[in-house]
Design a binder for this molecule. Structure first.
Ligand code: HPA
Ligand code: ZN
Length: 335
């Protein structure tokens, strides 16, 4: 991996595709395992890293869920999120909309309240101490039944002011967006913003993207670069200002490349493209490393990088005052 340029490092950034559970670095995994008396099947941090040999989404997800066994208390979720905030504050991340997967925890006996109260405490401290603002997006696991997602949606209601939107992640194969149409209609009714993963190069990806745009009517799309297979949907996204959250380094692990060339193509065709990290502890790159990947592979200029950063402000769900502030910082940025 090439070094991060000073321009990329200092660019004011907004991150819209970040799974907080995907920021669990091996050293924190060991620390939490020791604190909670959880036995890990690895002798060292190096062994954990060496085990990360993903060649598709499913093999990544196995490691991702296994890692969560050490997350048990509110303090664990607080520590997890604080470590992420500290890292990205150094990359000049100004605002994050971060995914969390409540069902990955409630399904193993950890309460919804435990998860969200730890994350919330970290969010408040990150704003006060690091100047990083944030919001939470609750993701449903698409390989579980729709009824469990609906129950989780209802369980979230006491925390409604803390959650800005809902998403859909986990194993997409055989789990199309349509499976969750009623859950997302209900979430819309409750005032949540909507997004869904359409992972790269999954079977039926273009049809899944059609469903999220035309049937579910999401506000944005996570990954989703296969939309290029349906030009009429590219036009639809451009016309309606529906942006896409891409994660170049993640793409190299679960498909045949970073897909950076597709981002510049979508940018040319008027789609609001953004650059994000997905699961940085597993894929080996935070948001600045992902921007750098775009520079290294597509040779884009500084104006294009600023446009991608600005796109993230535009398609975010932040309050207008915060959006204006960050947009002004990006406009004034000279590196
Ligand atoms: N896709 C699907 N599920 C996930 C992802 C992703 O990018 N990251 C964490 N869970
Ligand atoms: Zn993701």
């Amino acid at each position: 991996m090439t070094a991060i340029s000073p321009f990329v490092q200092g660019l004011p950034k907004v991150e819209l595709h970040l799974h907080i559970e995907g920021t669990l670095e091996p050293d924190l995994k060991f620390k939490l395992a020791a604190r909670n008396g959880v036995e890990l099947p690895y002798a060292s941090e190096e062994e954990v890293r060496a085990s990360y040999q993903f060649d598709d989404l499913a093999s990544f997800l196995d490691a991702y869920y296994e890692g969560m066994s050490v997350l048990l208390t509110a303090e664990d979720f607080y520590d997890l999120a604080m470590e992420y905030f500290r890292k990205v504050a150094r990359q000049n991340v100004r605002y994050v909309e971060m995914f969390f997967d409540p069902q990955a925890h409630t399904s193993r006996g950890v309460e919804f309240h435990t998860v969200i109260s730890g994350l919330r405490r970290a969010q408040i401290e990150a704003r006060e101490q690091l100047g990083v603002d944030s919001a939470l997006i609750m993701c449903f696991l698409r390989d579980f039944q729709a009824e469990y997602a609906m129950a989780t949606l209802l369980e979230s209601l006491p925390y409604r002011p803390w959650i800005i939107g809902v998403g859909l992640d986990s194993d997409e194969t055989g789990n199309p967006p349509a499976k969750f149409a009623a859950v997302f209609a209900k979430a819309r009714e409750l005032g949540y913003q909507l997004t869904m993963h359409c992972d790269v190069d999954i079977a039926d990806s273009a049809e899944h993207i059609r469903q999220v745009l035309e049937d579910v009517r999401v506000d944005r799309v996570d990954h989703g670069t296969n939309v290029l297979e349906k030009p009429e949907l590219v036009d639809y996204m451009a016309e309606h200002g529906i942006g896409l959250t891409s994660c170049p380094i993640s793409n190299t692990w679960v498909s045949d490349g970073s897909k950076v060339g597709l981002l510049t193509e979508l940018d040319k065709r008027g789609v609001k493209v953004t650059v994000n990290s997905d699961d940085p502890a597993y894929f080996g790159g935070y948001i600045a490393e992902n921007y750098q990947r775009v520079v290294d592979e597509a040779g884009v200029d500084e104006e294009t990088l600023k446009r991608f950063a600005r796109n993230a402000v535009d398609i975010s769900w932040a309050p207008a005052s915060l959006k204006e502030r960050i947009a002004a910082e990006i406009a004034a940025y000279k590196g």
